[in-house]
Each structure stands twice: as structure tokens, then as C-alpha cells.
Design a protein around this ligand. Sequence first.
Ligand SMILES: NC(=O)c1ccc[n+]([C@@H]2O[C@H](COP(=O)([O-])OP(=O)(O)OC[C@H]3O[C@@H](n4cnc5c(N)ncnc54)[C@H](OP(=O)(O)O)[C@@H]3O)[C@@H](O)[C@H]2O)c1
Length: 379
Amino acid sequence: MRTHGCCRRSDGLRMAESGHRSRALFLLRKVCYTVAEAPRMARFLQCENCPAAQAGPILIMRTVTVVKTIPLSQTGVEVSALAMGSTNFGSKCSEAQSFALLDQYFEAGGTFLDTANNYSHWAPGCQGGEAEMVIGHWLQKRSNRAQIFLATKAGFDSGDVDRGLRAEQIEGECEKSLRRLGVETIDLYYAHKDDPTTPLEETLTAFDRLVKAGKVRFVGASNYLAWRLAEAKAVSDAHSLVSYCCIQQRFTYLRPKPGASFGPQLAANDDLLQYVQAKDMTMLAYTPLLHGAYTRQDRELPEQYQNEDGSVRLRTLQAVANELGATANQVVYAWMLQQTPAILPILGVSTSEQLTENLAGLEITLRADQLQRLNEASA
Ligand SMILES: NC(=O)c1ccc[n+]([C@@H]2O[C@H](COP(=O)([O-])OP(=O)(O)OC[C@H]3O[C@@H](n4cnc5c(N)ncnc54)[C@H](OP(=O)(O)O)[C@@H]3O)[C@@H](O)[C@H]2O)c1
């Protein structure tokens, strides 16, 4: 679908269509789609502001929500089944490019944004905090804070920020994130990385204070081992403190070789998968597409996944993708979402084409036999 360059897509007016879960998107004045490209026409309107529209009628598109919602663990809150990651925002992608990606995700119904206080300090010219600032500007420009479920994190080091989850680190970084994001409350605040040197009670007490102060709604963990999550839960219960409601871990369809290391990042292992199943806890998967290695010639499969098990699973994945006329990336998302409980992938994209492809993965339903073959594929 193509829009005229003079328009900003998200200035459109969103309206929930009564009686339908899918959302109707009526784009008034600012956005013009060409008639020929529009699969679902709602009606025509004259556009006042768009010069390209002076010549004739403007199609007002109705887009069907492709990003559905799923429950976030036991919180009682429904979140988008695909979160929008942000490591590229304000670094690889300029603010304008990031806005376009955020708009495209939002227009597809996506409302769950994932960022962190340190994104993306490793990118050239960046020091950390750039992604939060881009998201903050976007929320302000689009006036849509109330519709967004906003997650950020603290605990990794960047610039003059030390790694760790001491109380003053959590509370200090929270204030900085709130400022950069330009919001009063963070919906989901993660411990980005376990800190075995700080007592869990201190960390959870700090998170609890933030919740009681209304600065944070829910807390989550990232890069935690299953036994540490269980320990944290026991500490929360014993001291009546807020507890981690979900876990964000490195996870994809391929399984890392035994003992494979990702540096400070932790891949989900069998212990964690069993833990989240037993607790009906939502796991969010980062790096689900291995940075594009499933489909791209220019991206080598990371060494940690190069073994016979990986080859068998790659062949199975491609076979299922061929049957569905889909891409391997799309099948990875679909496979995650059809686990029990659903595993929620986090998007990472730097172009609109990538986002279009990945969003289409949400419309795939794997047949029971395909799901079984994918689940059971093993060397
Ligand atoms: N909690 C943590 O410790 C942690 C760690 C890492 C990430 N995260 C979060 O998870 C999010 C996603 O992680 P990730 O970026 O590593 O995910 P990913 O999906 O594995 O990788 C994203 C990259 O893959 C490429 N790509 C994506 N879709 C593609 C497509 N359809 N065709 C071709 N290439 C495609 C793009 O690379 P190019 O841009 O190079 O084209 C894109 O930037 C991050 O943004 C962040 O919010 C959290």
C-alpha cells in the first residue's frame, strides 16, 4: 500500500468499530491511499489538506487489525500479541524513520512498545536513552499515550550508568526513563538483567515503591534463570512485595547448542520453558528472528545454533513455510504464538517492508500436524 508523501499517516482519526474486535481506521484529511491499491474501501471523502487530493476523491481506508491481543500472564491486562522492539530507534533508524515504523505498527493495531534505558548505547554516536526519547516524542506527537502499553527496563550498564539492580539504581533510572519517555507511568518495568550481588528483597522493595507511587504498573524480569525467578517470587510473597509478572528472554525456533553463550544475554532453556508453563506466565521472546538469519543470505546463522539439531529444525521450518506460502520469519512468529501459553515475540525491524512481512505472520494459523512437526523436529 502506498501513501502520498505529503501526508503523515498517523494524523488519522482512529475509531473503534462497535461490535467488532477489529478496529476501523478512518484517516481523515492527512492520509491518502490510492484507490487501486486499496483492498477494503470504506468510503470516499474530499481531502482538504493534501495537494495530491485536489484532483479527485480520496479513499478513506479501513484497515483490519492484524495485531490481536493476548493476556499478559495473570495481570488481567490484554496486550498486543506482538510487541514493537526499539533497539533501532534513534540509532540505525532516524527519528522520522522510527516514527514511520511506529505508525505502521500502530495502524495495524499494535499498542505494546518495548524499550530500555540503555537503547542503543552500542550504536555509533549513541550513549543510551535515544530509543526512549524517540518513543517519547512519538507519543507526544500522536497524542496516543492512553492507547499504548509501554515497557522499559533498567539494570544493564551504559555510559555512566552502572549495571545492577540496587534500589537507588532502579529508582534513579526510572525517573530518567519517565523523563525521556515524557510519561507519568511506565506500564511494565523490567529488571533487564539479574543482579546476583544485590539481595532480591532490596530490588523488589524498590520496584514495589515505584508501583505504590504510581510510577510503574507491573514489573517483569529479563535475562533471569528459572530458579532465580522462583526465588524472587518467594521473596515477593514473603514480604508482600510486587512480583515479576512475566519474563523476557532470548528465544527463537532454533535451539542453542548445549552450553552456548550469548554473553550477558540469557537464552530460554528447558527449565525456564517448564517454569512459565507451570505458572502460566507470559514469556516474551527477544531476537526471535536471529537478526534476519532465517531468510537472508547476508546474515549468517549465529554459531550457537549451528549443529545437526539446527539443520533439522531449519529444514522443518522451511518445509512448513513452503506449504503455507509463507516466509520462515512468519512461521517462527506463528509457532511462538501457538505455544501454550503463547510466547509473545518482540519485533525488531528497520524497514517498512520487514514490518509488513512480519505483521503478516500474525495471520497464519498452523495446522495441528504442522505445529506438531515443528515442535518435534529434533536431531
Ligand atoms: N531483554 C533483552 O536483553 C533484549 C535483548 C535484545 C533485544 N531486546 C528487545 O527485543 C527486540 C527485538 O530483538 P531483535 O531486534 O534482536 O529481533 P530480531 O527480529 O531477531 O532482529 C531484528 C533484525 O532482523 C532483521 N529483520 C527483521 N525482520 C526481517 C525481515 N522480515 N526480513 C529481513 N530481515 C529482517 C532486521 O535487521 P536489519 O535492521 O539489519 O535489516 C532487524 O533489525 C529489540 O528491539 C528489543 O526491544 C531485548
